[in-house]
Design a protein around this ligand. Structure first.
Ligand SMILES: Cc1ncc(COP(=O)(O)O)c(C=O)c1O
Length: 442
């Protein structure tokens, strides 16, 4: 089935947005009131969308292969309230660093719900993960020896181990988010993967998983076809050659969302056919064991659940171009500057219909690359009005910075019409509090 491009209003409604008498509402709350009450820029997250998106995916998995687990990719959103919401839905968690593991543990997530898919692991990373009994997806067979030493030193059982496979077919919304291919640093290529598992066997590991993640922001389900075929073939080969039965097969994340109103959402029926059904058929052949099926979505679950509210401070017509200067910049949301990513931007106090003008929406950072939206068609804007930047719940706050010594913004969570502040805005003191002044400069 091919999804039709959603009507604009439906597209907004799906993300919890609607105009009521010209005013933008998010999660049923007036965005102008929110912006004035809590100050801008500010991240605002809709709890119900996080829950709905998790459930959507879980239902698709359950309908094909019951023995499944979703591992939310924590790198996309590390707010403890979001992690707790997902935990309450039954999620597991994929971490890319020990800092993310620490945050998960502090959120009340038990170690057996965490998988650590790092890369270029240090001994300290291994020490931390082994100490806390966290399952690791190794990124190279060379890391086995160091890991084993740490297992031994800590008197920990060498039981379950997993490797990340690089299927050489990658995809993503930008070259930097494509994570498979010979030139790419991630995972183990086909010609070394058998060696990795036979070494693990020699080293005494008795239970095995396998992982791949081909990239991020994938909107065409067909992009999963070749890597999935290759992955399943290699899993069968490892199983047959080495007599290994897999405990789990982890297909990674990567499911994209429609950032633009004229882009079709990913066809999840096709995704299911390409990935879930083929996996099920492979398992039914009986050679690879009876593994759990894992996926690690980040963006799909949280991106559409959040907006940034921002205030226009300057309308500049330089005689050549019209700029709308706002109080959010690439310090607040770096995706447009880093990847050229599109985030839809709309006015909080008028629907995009009348008196349309083209603006470059620019932030306050002292760099020309600080452009949140290029040549955006918007109704005539005025200074002190408010805008909403959409789809900021994944790789938004987690990639923000305090560049130009601008404190990071606060985060709000809305649930059932109630607003919760789930992160304070940074203060100037936060920005300097970790600095140490040598005696002679005091
Ligand atoms: C190993 C791994 N798993 C999952 C993800 C999540 O990707 P996405 O947010 O596109 O679903 C990433 C993203 O970079 C990743 O590196």
């Amino acid at each position: 089935m091919v999804y039709s491009i959603m009507d604009y209003n439906n597209w907004l409604n799906y993300k919890g947005l609607e105009y009521r008498e010209g005013i933008l509402y998010f999660a049923n709350l007036n965005t102008l009131e929110l912006a004035k009450r809590f100050r801008t820029p500010i991240y605002v997250i809709n709890e119900q969308i996080v829950r709905r998106k998790y459930k959507e995916l879980k239902e698709i998995l359950n309908s094909v292969y019951k023995k499944n687990r979703i591992y939310f990719a924590v790198k996309s959103n590390t707010n403890i309230s979001i992690l707790k919401i997902l935990l309450s839905e039954g999620s597991n968690f994929d971490c890319s660093s020990t800092g993310e593991i620490y945050t998960c543990l502090k959120s009340g997530i038990s170690p057996d719900r965490i998988i650590y898919t790092g890369n270029m692991f240090t001994n300290e990373d291994f020490e931390f993960a082994v100490e806390k009994d966290i399952l690791i997806n190794l990124d190279n067979y060379s890391q086995l020896k160091r890991l084993l030493k740490i297992h031994k030193r800590k008197g920990k059982d060498t039981n379950l181990i997993s490797f990340r496979f690089n299927p050489e077919f990658g995809s993503g919304h930008h070259p930097h988010t494509i994570t498979a291919g010979k030139e790419i640093k991630f995972g183990i290529l086909e010609n070394q993967i058998i060696k990795a598992y036979s070494m693990a066997k020699e080293f005494g590991f008795r239970k095995f998983g396998i992982h791949q993640h081909i990239g991020s922001g994938i909107i065409d389900a067909n992009d999963f076809k070749k890597p999935t075929e290759k992955f399943l073939n290699i899993i069968e080969k490892i199983a047959k050659d080495l007599g290994i039965q897999f405990e789990f097969v982890d297909f990674g994340g990567g499911i994209g969302i429609p950032y633009q109103p004229n882009v079709n959402p990913i066809d999840l029926t096709k995704y299911s056919k390409i990935l879930l059904h083929s996996f099920k058929e492979t398992v039914e052949k009986g050679d690879i064991g009876n593994p759990f099926l894992l996926i690690e979505p980040g963006r799909y679950i949280t991106a559409e659940a959040s907006i940034i509210l921002t205030q226009i401070n300057t309308i500049k017509d330089n005689g050549y171009k019209l700029f709308a200067g706002i109080d959010a910049g690439f310090n607040t949301l770096i995706r447009p500057t880093m990847y050229g990513s599109y985030h839809h931007i709309i006015a909080c106090n008028k629907k995009n219909k009348e008196n349309i003008v083209k603006y470059d929406i620019v932030g306050p950072i002292c760099e020309s690359g600080d452009v949140l939206g290029k040549e955006r068609e918007l109704p005539v804007l005025e200074e002190e009005e408010y805008l909403a930047i959409l789809d900021t719940g994944a790789y938004g706050y987690t990639m923000s910075s305090s560049y130009n010594s601008r404190p990071r913004p606060a985060e709000l969570l809305i649930n059932d019409g109630i607003v919760y502040k789930i992160r304070n805005e940074e203060t100037f003191d936060d920005l300097i509090s970790d600095q140490i002044i040598p005696e002679h400069l005091k």
